[in-house]
Each structure stands twice: as structure tokens, then as C-alpha cells.
Design a protein around this ligand. Structure first.
Ligand code: FAD
Length: 284
């Protein structure tokens, strides 16, 4: 099932996983998938390690999801560290397994750049154009509501995003904590004549140190009111409770603002996502 078609029918609700590295992590992911599938999500997405460092592991998870036929998968794919032949080989495997959805990304260099091979495509737009020309699939792209960290200006960020979204089917956003960031992004794209669906990404805070690190890497700001709420909390269960509450409010605000769906960053755990889902009265 293609995500473009699902979005045309109505709101989508989706969950993101990363490919596991160990047998234990593999079992954890299998368990999470088993717990989330009954919520009847529109699709699952599977991330791709920086520079292709998880190439086979991502492929294996995506292909297995496609084979099981329960929830359609979307494979993340990056330009960095891939030749045209690498991309064509992987896409051929996806097509053969019945995978119909790709999130086309620029990607980042791995922490040791010498581990990345040569790149034939430099920006996500190059990959989108290649996919459009050679593969019949539904194509999503990344959007950064608070502007991509490498963008020299907001105008430049929106210009390049509009260019790739004109050719793609939909955008999926980096996480953020205030609905205004989403509304502003949507309005700025509309002003550039782009009205494709923009699915907001929601990251429930479950760990204080982790969210600070992830926000720094992705260019998302942790608002003062959220820092103030999290600062006095010592107990992990209290942090998770506040994280679920904040994500529930954001999800409700986004749906009220007309978002075409919600995409949850699960970090391969199901509990927080299931609680938010239940709070929002979704699924089942
Ligand atoms: P691009 O669209 O190429 O943009 C990157 C920068 O280049 C931006 O500043 C843009 O304005 C600029 N730019 C674009 N085109 C041009 C041009 N023609 N000339 C000059 N500047 C230009 N990373 C992973 O490695 N694996 C994943 O699985 C993954 N999943 C993600 C999922 C989501 C929903 C999001 C939001 C991000 C994800 N990322 C992932 C991170 C992403 O790869 C990084 O943010 C990366 O640095 C940029 O990717 P992009 O697709 O936005 O790139």
C-alpha cells in the first residue's frame, strides 16, 4: 500500500523503528512490533544508519515487514555514501519484496567519514529525481520545522524543501515540541505554492539526557517551559509521564491544526507510544 494513497484517503498514523544491532535488540523490536500492530497503524518506517552503515540490517527489517503483510513499511534511504549502482541494487531488492514507500534523505556522514563510500547523489532532491525516473514508488522527504542545521537561512531552507516536495508525494518532519513550528512550516510552504501533505514527527521524551543530545543533533529547540518541567524530575517514571503528557497535548494540537497524520519516533519501544495513542483516542 502506498503512503500517497493512504494520505489521500485520510489521516495516517505511523511508527518509526531503527534496525537492531544485536539479537537482544532484535527480540525487543519484534516484541514492539507485535505490541504496536494491533493499533492498526497506516505504516511502519525503518531508519537507515548514517552513510549506509545499517544497509543490510535496514533492508532485512523492511523486507521482513513487507513479507509479513500486516503493516506496510517505508524504507529510509540516504544519498551519503551511495553510488547510483548501490541505490539501484537496494531499490531492486525492495521492489522485488513488494516495498512501495521510500523516505528519500540527504543523510549525514558517519562519525568516521572515512567509513562512507563515494556519493553519486548530494541532496535529497537528486535521489527523489532518480527514484521518480527509474522506480515507481511513493516518495517522502524530510522537513525541518525549525530549519535544518546546515541551512544558511530560513528562506534557503524553505526554498530547497519546496523544490524537493514539489517532486515528492509528502514530507515527514523532524521532531519539535510546539505546534506553532508546524503551522509556520506549512504556511511558508503554502506561500511557495506547495500544498503536499506534511506529516509531523512526534518524539515522546522518555529520557532527559537522550532528548537533549537528539535535539542538539537535529536542530530542534527544547522550549524553556519543557526544560523547567523536566529539570526537577529525578525518577525515570516521572520523566516518562511528563513526556507522554507533553506528546499527547502536541498530538492533539497538531490534529486540531489540520495535520494529515502523526508519525511517532518509538526508539523501538512501544509503551510511551501506546499511551499517547490511547490518550488521543486512536487505533484499536
Ligand atoms: P537535503 O534535502 O539534501 O537538505 C540538506 C541541506 O542541504 C539543507 O540545509 C538544505 O536546505 C540544503 N540543500 C538542499 N538542496 C540543496 C541545493 N541544491 N543546494 C544547496 N543546498 C541545498 N538520517 C539518516 O542518516 N538516516 C535516517 O533514517 C534518517 N531519517 C530521517 C527521518 C526524518 C523524518 C528526518 C526529518 C530526518 C532523518 N534523517 C535521517 C536525518 C537527515 O538525513 C539529515 O537531517 C540530513 O542532514 C539532511 O537530510 P535531508 O533529507 O533534509 O537533506
Amino acid at each position: 500500500m502506498r503512503i500517497a494513497e493512504l494520505l489521500a484517503r485520510g489521516r495516517t498514523f505511523s511508527f518509526e523503528f531503527f534496525p537492531p544491532k544485536t539479537d537482544e535488540a532484535q527480540a525487543q523490536l519484534a516484541n514492539t512490533i507485535t505490541e504496536l500492530a494491533p493499533l492498526k497503524p497506516s505504516f511502519f518506517s525503518v531508519t537507515y544508519g548514517a552513510g549506509g552503515s545499517t544497509r543490510t540490517r535496514t533492508r532485512d527489517v523492511v523486507v521482513e515487514l513487507a513479507r509479513s503483510g500486516v503493516v506496510p513499511p517505508m524504507a529510509h534511504l540516504t544519498c551519503v555514501g551511495h553510488t547510483r549502482d548501490d541505490i539501484n541494487l537496494l531499490l531492486g531488492e525492495y521492489k522485488a519484496a513488494g516495498v512501495e514507500n521510500i523516505l528519500a534523505l540527504g543523510g549525514d556522514l558517519p562519525s568516521d567519514p572515512s567509513l562512507a563510500g563515494p556519493s553519486d547523489f548530494h541532496h535529497a532532491l537528486d535521489l527523489v529525481e532518480h527514484l521518480r525516473e527509474h522506480f515507481d514508488m511513493s516518495i517522502g522527504v524530510a522537513a525541518h520545522p525549525e530549519v535544518h542545521p546546515r541551512s544558511p537561512s530560513r528562506e534557503s531552507d524553505r526554498y530547497h524543501l519546496a523544490e524537493k516536495l514539489r517532486r515528492a508525494d509528502f514530507a515527514m518532519t523532524q521532531f519539535f515540541f510546539e505546534v506553532q513550528h508546524y503551522e509556520r512550516l506549512r504556511d511558508e510552504l503554502a506561500a511557495l505554492g506547495v500544498h503536499k501533505p506534511i506529516v509531523p514527527g512526534i518524539m515522546p521524551v522518555t529520557n532527559k539526557g537522550q532528548i537533549v543530545k537528539m535535539a542538539q543533533m537535529s536542530g530542534a529547540a527544547i522550549p524553556q517551559w519543557l526544560s523547567d518541567r523536566l529539570a526537577p524530575l529525578e525518577d525515570a517514571a516521572d520523566v516518562r509521564r511528563v513526556g507522554v503528557e507533553v506528546a499527547t497535548t502536541l498530538g492533539a494540537d497538531l490534529l486540531a491544526a489540520g495535520a494529515p497524520g502523526l508519525h511517532f519516533y518509538t526508539l523501538n519501544r512501544s509503551t510511551a507510544t501506546r499511551e499517547i495513542y490511547a490518550n488521543l483516542g486512536l487505533g484499536g
